[in-house]
Design a protein around this ligand. Sequence first.
Ligand code: GLC
Length: 744
Amino acid sequence: MHLRLLLPSLSMLVLLPIARPATAPTTLPVEDRVRDLLSRMTLEEKVGQLVQYSGRDTLTGPGSQAELVPLIKAGGAGSMLNVHGAAKTREWQKLAVESSRLHIPMLFALDVVHGCRTIFPIPLGTAASWDLGAIEQAERIAAIEASATGIHWTFAPMVDIARDPRWGRIAESAGEDPFLGSTIARARVRGFQTDRLGAPGTILACAKHFAAYGAVQAGRDYFTTDVTERVLRDVYFPPFRAAVDAGVATFMAGFNDLDGTPCTANAFLLDRVLRGEWGFRGFVISDWQGISEMLEHGNVADLRDAARQSFLAGLDVDMEAQGYEKHLAELVRSGAVPVARLDAAVGAVLAAKFRLGLFEDPYRNCDEAQEKALLFAPAHREAARDLARRSAVLLKNNGVLPLKAGGITVAVVGPLADSAGDQLGCWSGLGERSEVVTLRAALAEAFPGARLRYAQGCLTTGDDTSGFAAARQAAAGADVIVAALGETANQSGESTSRASLDLSGPQLALLRELHATGKPVVLLLMAGRPLLLEAVDPLVDAILVGWHPGSMGGPGLADVLTGAYNPSGKLPVTWPRSVGQIPLFYAHKNSGRPTPTDPEGKYFSHYIDTPNTPRFRFGFGLSYTTFAYDSLRLSAPVLQPGGPALIVTARVRNAGARAGEEVVQLYVRDRVGSVTRPVRELKGFEKIALAAGESREVSFRLAPADLAFCRADMTFGPEPGAFDVFVGGDSNAALSAPFTLTAP
Ligand code: GLC
């Protein structure tokens, strides 16, 4: 038992016995310390480590969760969700450490999805930056802030591939592509954990929602998914595998049933693939009440069976369903669940706590001074501003942008122009609306006094057009109109599926009013997904997608609008023309009739009422300069297994009058496979900066493993044959060359 000085608020030094977990010496390997502690735990204490509840921040007083106190005192909750704050987590931690028999500390978890207190653009937005360094730095900052406020574990990164913008959670994803999604998954895990998990400012990351949650039928959240194993392996698994390879500490199972079995109890996912094939050694938590939701799914008769099936499938921790608290001990006693399986699950949770140093210092993240110094620190705000401008995607510009700073008057109009809460987007962590700098406030810096006019105009819902008059008035006195439209934060994220992707409410009507003034109109779209622009495009002279840009989104977007920053974002999702085209993505199959097979041009894969092509392509984004590609060359016409990698080189030139950044993209087509193959697949990218007139050669390495896929016999690997490479600034890259992969 160690004694420690407590610095109390009572201006006297008090020597109090502080309970310390009785564990084996810290010099021993974690595995030995885990084994030692397990050997001294009762069955109930082991089960307690696999139980997580959500806290409401108070343990005493009205509205408190006093009912949890005896459970925590008995070591019955291994972790808590939604309890945060240096002081609050200390209060809850003291209860667990000082009252329980073995003084095992709790983990405190929170959804730190795109920032903790300093909120970055939503993940779909930061994915549009294609800037892995900036993305990793954002998660680093998020982890530093989260650990400073008592958090040990974030439920992020969300790495679901999302190809259906009806699904509101596309906002939390990195978009449609397995290669881009995998590189971003690695960057996010590194940002949260670094390669020294347990060092100050590091937290456990959590790859979610395993798996194929983004494939919900009809884009309806929580709905069923039916994906072939081949598509699982080629499309939905890669970002999760990348997270495992990056050392992600935990996984979360998806809500969806997959091929008839809910992910929560899906042994193919949680045992055969995650542990058997990928060697994952962390632990898996259910999503909120995922275990009890199986009663609705209809694959279990009661909560006991749900707990049994989930646990045996490989689900370690029960979030909020009470399934493990009520039934796991009895299941073990009855022999329905082997003790070895229980010890493996509990051991993984304890190992994480040992790795975080919580047994040496359960209060290491409970320092109010650190909390005050680090949350929303100036450097963090600047990083959020920088990533907000890097995430913006310019889709159209007839020359109205950048806004001419000298002397013009700007009208900023729309429901998203001055809406702090909406700018934060979904899953906004501990973001404070009062700390948000809105677009209106930022533009007021660039266009001071009477040179900025504002009107809300309307909401994103309802049919109230009474604000149009003020909008017309604001526009009348302006040279340029910036229309900030889109969707609010509560129209995005979890449980916000939409059957229509049109601008909601009276927004389109407002845009028509603004267009009718004859003034140039810049659409600044703030949303958590692609929204349809067919009716919008003729009404606007420019389209800038700002996503939900976070705490410093206003200054970041103003930097783009004024030209202080040259936009460099590229779409991480395909932008459809209509809901009827969904799911629409660039890496599609060719079909047997990609083009007309008859003189009338009737018989081929198409719609009779809309083109097959998207409104905007995956990987597309404009700049205030232009980039030209030429001189594509390959190091050899043949790639031989075991031989040197194929080097693909192209020259990129900044052909415009100002410096800019370009995301150079490499795509590959496998001409013939044992199964049909996509018409293109992203296999590399590099974001480069070029001065006006500057040229640079960009090279990519291709090895046979980069061409691997799930073959007809369900093995994973490349196949010899003819391929094409394409290099360019989006998924329509025209510069191409053939090569051959030879047989091993
Ligand atoms: C939610 C989400 C999940 C989140 C969890 C805890 O329902 O599906 O992404 O991490 O509950 O808040």
